[in-house]
Design a protein around this ligand. Structure first.
Ligand code: C2E
Ligand code: CA
Ligand code: CA
Length: 438
C-alpha cells in the first residue's frame, strides 16, 4: 500500500540526503530531493509528495520557514511533514510541533527509526484521508438528495418561481428608471455621502429557542434632504452600476464596526453584527486589507463581524470568490449566505465554502404556516444547512404562526417584523437594554 508513495527530502548535506534517499528507495518509495528550502517548496508544489522530510538548519531558508510557507498554500498545507535535525533540544522540537510538524527525527538515526517514522505517518495520513473521503461522500450524497428534492418542489410550484426576492439584476430591472433619473441619482449619491445623509438601521436577529437577541443586521438608509427616506432597493442598484457602492460600502463597514465596538463597550453581548456586501466590493483587490484596517482602527474583534454574501456573488466569480473567501476566513470574520434559495439551483458549491450562517430568503417564510409545500422546502434548506454544520436563520418572519412552524422545523434563528423592524442605532440601544438586563 505504502510503496511507490512519493517522499520529498529537503536537506543541504549531500551525504545525509543520499543516505536517506537510499534507505527509502530500498523500501520502494519514490524519492525526490531538494538541496535547499526554496527549491524544496517549488518541488513540493509541483510534485505534491505524500510526505516531506526536511532539515532544520539550512542556508537561505530554515526548515521552520519551509514549513510555514507550505502551510500558507492549501495544496501543500496538509502534506505530512517530518523534521530531521541534529538540533535535538526540546525547544527545537516544540517549535517544530507548534508550527505544525507531524514528527521529528534526530540525527544520527538508524534505518529502522527513519523507516518506521515515515511509514507510521503515511499510514495515519491514509486513515485520515479515508475518514474524510467517507465523510465527504456522505455529505455529497445527502446534498445531492436534498438538492433534487428542493428543485422538484421549486419547479413544481410555479407560484414560487415568480415570488422569490429577485437578485440584484432583477431588482435593477424591477425598478424601472429612466436614464435621466439614474444620472440625477448618481450625482445625488455622491453628494449624499459628503452630506452624511446615509444612516444605518439595525434589525435584531433572534435565537428561536431562547428568544435572545444574538445578532444585528445593518441595513442602509438614505435620509434625502428633500425627498425623505429612500429605500436601499431603489438606490443600491444605481450605486452598484456607477461604482459608488465601493465608498458607500466602506462607510457601512466602518460604521457597523464602530457601533458594534461601542455596544460591546456598553456591556451588550451578541454573537455578530452583520453587514451586506456587494459583488463589486468583493472584487476590489484590496478588500481584505481595507477590512482589516477598519477592524484594527475600530478595535472590533473579527469574529463579531459577519459579511452577508448572496449565492450568485459566490457562484458567478467562483475562482476569485475562493481566494477572497479564504482571506476573510483566515482573518476570522464570519460569512453568511444571504437570500438563500432564490439564486442557483445547484447547491453543491456550498460544500466548498466554509460559511457560518445560511439565511433563508423571506419569500420562503411568507405564509409558511399556510403552505405545506413551502414547509417542505424550508425543511430541506434547514437539513441542508445543518448537514453542513451551518446556523440557519429565517428572514422576514412576520407572524407567530410562521415562527411556530420554524421552531418545529428546528430552525436556529430568525429575524423579521414580528420581533422588530430595522431601527436606528439609538433605538436599538434601548431594545438591547430591555433584552439584556445586566
Ligand atoms: P436583505 O439583505 O435581504 O435585507 C432584508 C430586507 O428585508 C430589509 O429590507 C429588511 O428591512 C426587510 N425585512 C426585514 N424583516 C422583514 C419582514 O418581516 N417582512 C418584510 N416584508 N421585510 C422584512 P431593506 O432594508 O429595504 O433592504 C433591502 C435590501 O437592500 C437588503 O436586502 C440588502 O440586500 C440591500 N442592502 C441594505 N443595506 C445594504 C448595504 O449596506 N449594502 C449592500 N450592498 N446592500 C444593502
Ligand atoms: Ca442581508
Ligand atoms: Ca436577505
Amino acid at each position: 500500500m505504502l510503496e511507490h508513495q512519493k517522499i520529498l527530502i529537503i536537506e543541504d548535506d549531500f551525504m545525509i540526503r543520499e543516505v536517506i534517499s537510499t534507505m527509502l528507495e530500498c523500501e520502494e518509495f519514490e524519492v525526490i530531493e531538494a538541496e535547499e528550502g526554496y527549491d524544496g517548496i517549488t518541488l513540493a508544489k509541483q510534485c505534491l509528495p505524500d510526505l516531506i522530510l526536511c532539515d532544520i538548519m539550512m542556508p537561505n531558508l530554515s526548515g521552520y520557514d519551509v514549513l510555514k510557507r507550505l502551510g500558507e498554500t492549501e495544496q501543500t498545507a496538509a502534506i505530512p511533514f517530518i523534521f530531521i535535525s541534529a538540533k535535538s533540544q526540546k525547544n527545537d522540537v516544540r517549535l517544530g510541533m507548534e508550527l505544525g510538524a507531524d514528527d521529528y527525527i534526530s540525527k544520527p538515526f538508524t534505518r529502522d527509526e527513519l523507516v518506521t517514522a515515515v511509514k507510521t505517518r503515511l499510514k495515519k495520513q491514509a486513515e485520515r484521508q479515508h475518514y474524510y473521503d467517507g465523510k465527504i461522500s456522505q455529505i455529497e450524497e445527502k446534498m445531492h438528495e436534498l438538492e433534487q428534492k428542493l428543485n422538484q418542489l421549486i419547479y413544481a410550484d410555479s407560484e414560487l418561481m415568480f415570488t422569490p426576492t429577485q437578485g440584484w439584476q432583477g431588482r435593477f430591472e424591477q425598478v424601472v428608471m429612466t436614464a435621466d433619473k439614474i444620472i440625477t441619482m448618481t450625482g445625488e449619491i455622491t453628494e449624499a455621502i459628503e452630506r452624511e445623509e446615509f444612516q444605518l438601521h439595525y434589525q435584531p436577529q433572534v435565537d428561536i429557542r431562547t428568544g435572545e437577541i444574538i445578532g444585528l443586521e445593518a441595513l442602509l438608509r438614505w435620509q434625502h434632504h428633500q425627498r425623505g427616506m429612500i429605500s436601499p432597493v431603489e438606490f443600491i442598484p444605481i450605486a452598484e452600476a456607477k461604482g459608488l457602492i465601493v465608498p458607500l460600502g466602506e462607510w457601512v463597514l466602518k460604521t457597523v464596526c464602530q457601533n458594534a465596538k461601542k455596544w460591546q463597550n456598553m456591556g451588550y453581548s451578541f454573537r455578530r453584527v452583520a453587514a451586506n456586501i456587494s459583488a463589486q466590493q468583493l472584487q476590489q483587490p484590496n478588500f481584505g486589507s481595507k477590512l482589516l484596517e477598519i477592524l484594527m482602527d475600530t478595535g472590533l474583534s473579527p469574529q463579531y463581524l459577519e459579511l452577508e454574501l448572496t449565492e450568485s456573488m459566490v457562484v458567478q466569480n467562483i475562482e476569485q470568490a475562493t481566494n477572497v473567501f479564504q482571506q476573510l476566513k483566515n482573518m476570522g470574520v464570519q460569512i453568511g449566505i444571504d437570500d438563500f434559495g432564490t439564486g442557483y439551483s445547484s447547491l453543491s458549491y456550498l460544500n466548498n465554502f466554509d460559511f457560518d450562517t445560511l439565511k433563508i430568503d423571506r419569500s420562503f417564510v411568507h405564509n409558511l404556516d399556510k403552505q405545506p409545500k413551502k414547509q417542505a422546502m424550508v425543511q430541506l434548506m434547514i437539513s441542508l444547512g445543518h448537514t453542513l454544520s451551518l446556523k440557519v436563520l429565517a428572514e422576514g418572519v412576520e407572524t407567530e404562526a410562521e415562527l411556530s412552524i420554524l421552531k418545529e422545523l428546528h430552525c436556529d434563528e430568525f429575524q423579521g417584523y414580528l420581533f422588530s423592524r430595522p431601527l436606528p442605532a439609538s433605538e436599538i440601544e434601548v431594545l438591547l437594554q430591555e433584552h439584556q438586563k445586566l
